[in-house]
Ligand binder design. Structure first.
Ligand code: CDP
Length: 242
């Protein structure tokens, strides 16, 4: 059998990264976070002063960006040789990534790299268009969803864990949750309504609502589906390591 590709798509904060990382660890596959690539390009545009409306500038900038993705959990995301793991998760870059990712030339440049990585190794790739555009023939496609309030809660606790301090702004917990829900809603809308590669469930994707599921349950379910499609658990004792 050739390389196996598992595509995990879904809206913001639906649990894609956590699930994809753990599934990849269980199967000893390469984990690929395509969103980190769009985030890195957005950061590069901000740093170089390329406007969100300068389509040609963005396209060229995406082609020239040197993006290094983590191969193991804990490895950094590199942009032009520099560790930008934390910076790409900030609010400004997050908002900008969803604007920059509407530019077809930016998508073309990144999809080319994503296909090259995916064809070279067994992988779990997460994003918005992996099962529809990047790998329409993926061996397994999963579309994760979760209730908006639950996703906002997850995003806030993730930001706190990463050391971002949304609380320092003096906003109450209720205000922060409402703001985060609005940010996520606006981004989902932009991601779903763009012309090029909108966020969409592929007709042959398995839908999984993670609202009431634990991380273990959602990982278990995806691993089970992967095995059904021909994936094998590694025999070398790596299974289960995160
Ligand atoms: O982690 P979260 O779901 O918040 O976002 P992400 O997966 O890191 O993606 C950040 C942004 O990149 C998204 O809002 C999309 O606009 C864009 N993106 C995309 O267009 N296509 C992908 N395959 C992955 C991300």
């Amino acid at each position: 059998m050739g390389q196996l590709i598992i595509a995990i798509d879904g809206p913001a904060a639906s649990g894609k990264s956590t699930t994809a990382k753990l599934v990849a660890a269980r199967l000893a596959y390469t984990y690929i976070d395509s969103g980190a690539m769009y985030r890195a390009v957005a950061l590069r545009a901000i740093r170089l002063g390329v406007s969100e409306t300068d389509v040609e500038g963005l396209e060229q900038m995406a082609r020239e960006a040197m993006i290094g993705l983590p191969e193991h959990d804990g490895d950094p995301v590199l942009l032009d040789g520099e560790d930008v793991s934390l910076e790409i998760r900030g609010e400004r870059v997050t908002a900008s990534a969803s604007v920059v990712s509407t530019v077809p030339g930016v998508r073309r440049a990144l999809v080319k790299q994503q296909r090259a990585i995916g064809h070279a190794t067994d992988c779990v790739m997460e994003g918005r268009d992996i099962g529809t555009v990047v790998f329409p023939d993926a061996d397994l496609k999963v579309f994760l969803t979760a209730d908006l309030r639950e996703r906002a809660r997850r995003r806030l606790s993730e930001m706190r864990e990463r050391g971002h301090r949304p609380d320092d702004s003096g906003r109450s917990d209720g205000e922060l949750l409402a703001e985060t829900m609005e940010d996520i809603r606006a981004r989902d809308e932009r991601d779903s309504s763009r012309d090029d590669s909108p966020l969409l469930r592929a007709s042959d994707a398995v839908a999984l609502d993670t609202t009431g599921l634990s991380i273990e349950q959602q990982v278990e379910e995806v691993v089970r589906l992967a095995i059904e499609r021909g994936a094998e658990l590694p025999a070398n004792g790596k299974a289960g390591q995160a």
